[in-house]
Design a protein around this ligand. Structure first.
Ligand SMILES: [Zn+2]
Length: 143
């Protein structure tokens, strides 16, 4: 992606963070996915009193892209305090659609600092995929 497009993607993630529903953790996160054809889809974390029902911003943005018919992506930006990387379940979720996804991590505590750049393959090198399902059922454990 061209640098100006990456800046636009990062800005979209920062803007999406303002919509976060995080009454329990107070940890607001925004995300934006850039599709192969350059469209942007955003998401924010959505918490729930039943903690298992919480959704991360990355998966909300990714699901929005898929729901609009976009399954090929160029990059994802996330905006959060400290500029962390996607959690394990989000890495798995993202790898379903883009194993080589560029990830920009924006530290909202340092808004003028350049985002950290990662490739999803670097963060999640041996993810489970549809290829693993071709191996057939697992063998029973031996005593
Ligand atoms: Zn996550």
């Amino acid at each position: 992606m061209r640098p100006e497009k990456l800046i636009h993607l990062a800005d979209a993630a920062v803007a999406a963070r303002r919509m976060a529903y995080a009454p329990y953790s107070g940890f607001a996160v925004g995300a934006a996915v850039a599709t192969a054809d350059g469209q942007l889809f955003t998401g924010c974390n959505v918490e729930n009193a039943s903690y298992g029902g919480c959704l991360c911003a990355e998966r909300v943005a990714a699901a929005a892209a898929v729901a609009a018919g976009h399954r090929r992506w160029q990059a994802l930006a996330i905006a959060l305090p400290g500029g962390g990387t996607p959690c394990g379940i989000c890495r798995q979720f993202l790898s379903e659609f883009a194993e080589d996804l560029l990830i920009l991590a924006i530290d909202t505590d340092r808004p003028t600092a350049p985002p950290h750049r990662y490739q999803l393959q670097q963060l999640y090198p041996h993810g489970f995929s549809g290829r693993d399902l071709q191996a057939g059922p697992p063998k029973p454990p031996t005593p």
